[in-house]
Every structure is written in structure tokens, then in C-alpha cells.
Design a protein around this ligand. Structure first.
Ligand code: FAD
Ligand code: A2P
Length: 362
């Protein structure tokens, strides 16, 4: 009896480490399933960190972590992809100033395939040589199409290019690459690099609010965003059911210079609860001081609503186009913020840190 009691006690004690081991394994399994372990399969959150109007509570940037898989530099300047021009047409109406073209390239047959997402840019190497007999350097252009392309086949890219022209010592100088692109004929081969850029990417959140401030060809990435949000075939293709508010402020010198205007008007008519479109036509409209109407004047007119939106952590602001518009936008935001007792100089870096303030000017 004494022998068997001792056996039972010793046998029981010997099982304790086994039970602890099994319990530990079970606990770590549960932890992994619930996401608190180190190997969760959960998709990273894309909702931006909350930023209050006073600029407090910034969390670490959320969008950047989800951008790791975005394609960059698939094709480099030393070994560019040779794209074929599919179409090249003017975006301007009779009486417009200058030349702005929509140009589409075929990317099919690339190995690897040149893939991109909305908000990225590509590089173009113009044919020919510079004054020193060297090959031309690349110029960057914002992509104006969604990743599915204008034809939804997923193997084209479109650009919106203004021909640079300026006067020097009484002669008109044409920009090298922009003239090359505006003149290029369908069927021509063009050296393409990239894609590049993670600054102008859209959040994945279907309920995000997107405020867009564009001048001239700065509309290119916005066109891609708006197609992703509202173009019926594109929506079918991308399965992204945008439900937030998108608000485009577009600056152009004349009505005839408005780019993709009929598409945006169509979105406005068909998605009135999700899309607002405000134009600043500098040479036809006057601001409150009697000067040219710029988008920053429109921002001031709608300051209350804009700042109301910014208080929502789901709101992102995108600025693209002329570098010269940045000080004007900053000034307008400073004035508008001050009216609400907010310091724009403090709020802007907070928004930037939260991945909600996106700027690409040139
Ligand atoms: P160039 O032959 O390179 O001439 C430009 C040079 O001319 C300037 O560097 C300057 O030295 C001189 N110059 C220019 N203006 C004047 C002037 N008024 N007086 C005297 N000298 C002057 N462009 C678009 O059209 N669409 C886009 O979507 C677009 N996206 C861009 C995105 C990014 C990220 C960047 C950085 C630029 C973008 N650009 C875009 C601009 C584009 O990259 C080129 O800079 C532009 O097309 C001019 O290139 P070019 O070769 O024609 O001019
Ligand atoms: P403007 O040229 O009348 O002064 P585009 O590229 O087609 O010329 O369009 C650019 C638009 O941006 C034009 O309406 C232009 O006005 C306007 N613009 C020029 N400078 C600024 C600036 N500093 N801030 C905001 N908009 C500007």
C-alpha cells in the first residue's frame, strides 16, 4: 500500500511539467490567433491616426506600413522599358492657353510587367541627346490612369502633359521632354522608368474623405483617384466601394483649359453625395480682392467646411501641381485655421506625420 501511494504521488509530480508545457503551447496558439502574437495574418490597419483640431494625439503613421508592397523602380534609367504610344490627344478646348495632352502607353510584354498604383509617377527619357551630346535625363510625370489603365486591361499607363514654353532673349524655348511627349505619334516607342513615389497614395479605407487641391497638370493623380472612386467600369474592376467624401479644387487659367472637366461633371451628377467639384478659373473669375481667382481663394471661401472635415481622422488632403501654389495654400490654411483658434504651423506637420497631408509640386 505504502509502495503504491508513493508511486502515485511521484507519478503525479512527473506529469506536472508535461501539463505546464501543454498549457503553454495552447496559450501561445490562442495569442497568435487573436493577433497579439508576432505572426498575425491580419491586414494592417489603414485608418489614419486621430488628429484633433488642436493638433494633438498624433499616432505613428499608419499608411506607410501598408505601402511596403507598392511597386517601385521596376525599370531603372540604365535599362528602361520600351512602351508604345497608343494615343496622344489634346485635353484643351478652343481658345485655351498652351498645350496639354493626354498620352497613353502600352506596357504589355514587359518582363517583369511594369505595374503601378494610383498616385505614383513614371520617368520618361526623351529621345536624342542634350547640348553636350549626352543622352537626355529622365523627367518625372504623375500617372493619370488607375492601375487598370484607361481601357481596364491592366497593361497601359496614361499621362497628362503640359508643353513647357518660355521666352528667353526674345526667342521661345520649348521644354525638351514635354515637347517630345506632346508631339509624339501613336506607334512610337518611348523609354519609360519607374514607377516611383509613395507620397500621393490613396488610403485603402473606403470611408476616407479626400480633399484634392490641383493646379493645371497637377490634376493627373486626382484623375486616377476619381476614376478609382466613381468610374463605373473601374469600380467593377477594383471592388473598392468608396463611400467617403471627395472634394476637388481645380485651378485653371480659362474654362477651355479645364482638364477632364466633363468626366468630373458626370461624377458630380451621378455621385452628388460623395463628390464636390470647385473650380478656380484664374483669368475669368476674380477673388474678393479683385485679383486672379486661385484655388487658395476657394479654400478660404470654404474654410469652415474644410476644417470641419480635417477634424475627422479619416480625412486626407492632396496637393499637386505648381510649386508656386504652396505658399498661397499655406497662407489660406493659416488664415482659415486661425479663425478656428488653430495654429496651421502646428497642425500641418501633425497631419503630415499621420500620413494625411500629401504634397507633390514641381
Ligand atoms: P526642360 O527642357 O527640362 O526645361 C526645364 C528647364 O527650363 C528648367 O529646369 C529651367 O531651367 C528652365 N525654365 C523653365 N521655365 C523657365 C522660365 N519661365 N524661364 C526661364 N527658364 C525656364 N509635368 C507635366 O506636364 N505633367 C505631370 O503630370 C508632371 N508630373 C510631375 C511629377 C513630378 C514628381 C515632378 C518632379 C515633375 C512633374 N512634371 C509634370 C514636370 C516634368 O517632370 C518636367 O519638369 C516638365 O515637363 C518640363 O520638362 P521639359 O523637359 O519639357 O523641360
Ligand atoms: P494664372 O496662370 O492665371 O496666374 P496651367 O498649368 O494650365 O497654366 O494652370 C495653372 C493654374 O494655376 C492657372 O490658373 C494659374 O493661374 C494658377 N496659378 C499660377 N500661380 C499660382 C499660385 N501661386 N497659386 C495658385 N495658383 C496659381
Amino acid at each position: 500500500m505504502a509502495y503504491s501511494q508513493a508511486t502515485v504521488v511521484i507519478g503525479g509530480l512527473l506529469h506536472v511539467p508535461i501539463i505546464i508545457g501543454v498549457f503553454w503551447l495552447f496559450q501561445s496558439y490562442v495569442a497568435k490567433r487573436s493577433g497579439s502574437g508576432s505572426t498575425t495574418n491580419a491586414r494592417p490597419s489603414t485608418s489614419a491616426a486621430k488628429v484633433t483640431a488642436s493638433g494633438s494625439t498624433p499616432k505613428a503613421p499608419t499608411s506607410k506600413s501598408t505601402h511596403a508592397a507598392v511597386p517601385v523602380n521596376t525599370y531603372k534609367p540604365k535599362a528602361p522599358f520600351l512602351g508604345t504610344v497608343l494615343e496622344n490627344y489634346s485635353l484643351l478646348k478652343e481658345g485655351a492657353i498652351g498645350r496639354v495632352n493626354h498620352i497613353t502607353f502600352d506596357l504589355a510584354g514587359g518582363n517583369p510587367q511594369l505595374e503601378y498604383i494610383e498616385g505614383q509617377s513614371i520617368g520618361i527619357i526623351p529621345a536624342g541627346e542634350d547640348a553636350k551630346g549626352k543622352p537626355h535625363k529622365i523627367r518625372l510625370y504623375s500617372i493619370a490612369s488607375t492601375r487598370h489603365g484607361d481601357n481596364y486591361a491592366g497593361n497601359t499607363v496614361s499621362l497628362c502633359v503640359r508643353q513647357l514654353q518660355y521666352e528667353k532673349d526674345g526667342t521661345t524655348i520649348d521644354g525638351v521632354c514635354s515637347t517630345y511627349l506632346c508631339d509624339i505619334k501613336p506607334g512610337s516607342k518611348v523609354k519609360i522608368t519607374g514607377p516611383v513615389g509613395k507620397e500621393m497614395l490613396l488610403p485603402e479605407d473606403e470611408e476616407a474623405n479626400i480633399i484634392m487641391l490641383a493646379t493645371g497638370t497637377g490634376i493627373a493623380p486626382m484623375r486616377a483617384y476619381l476614376r478609382r472612386m466613381f468610374e463605373p467600369k473601374e469600380r467593377e474592376k477594383n471592388g473598392w466601394n468608396f463611400q467617403g467624401n471627395a472634394w476637388l479644387f481645380m485651378g485653371a487659367p480659362k474654362t477651355a483649359n479645364l482638364l477632364y472637366d466633363s468626366d468630373f461633371e458626370w461624377y458630380k451628377t451621378n455621385f452628388p453625395n460623395n463628390f464636390r467639384y470647385t473650380k478656380a478659373i484664374s483669368r475669368e473669375q476674380k477673388n474678393s480682392k479683385g485679383g486672379r481667382m486661385y484655388i487658395q481663394d476657394r479654400v478660404l471661401e470654404h474654410a469652415d467646411e474644410i476644417f470641419g472635415m480635417i477634424e475627422n481622422p479619416k480625412t486626407h488632403i492632396y496637393l499637386c501641381g505648381l510649386k508656386g501654389m504652396e505658399p498661397g495654400i499655406d497662407e489660406a490654411m493659416t488664415t482659415a485655421a486661425a479663425a478656428k483658434g488653430i495654429k496651421w504651423s502646428e497642425l500641418r506637420p501633425t497631419l503630415k506625420k499621420a500620413g494625411r497631408w500629401h504634397v507633390e509640386t514641381y
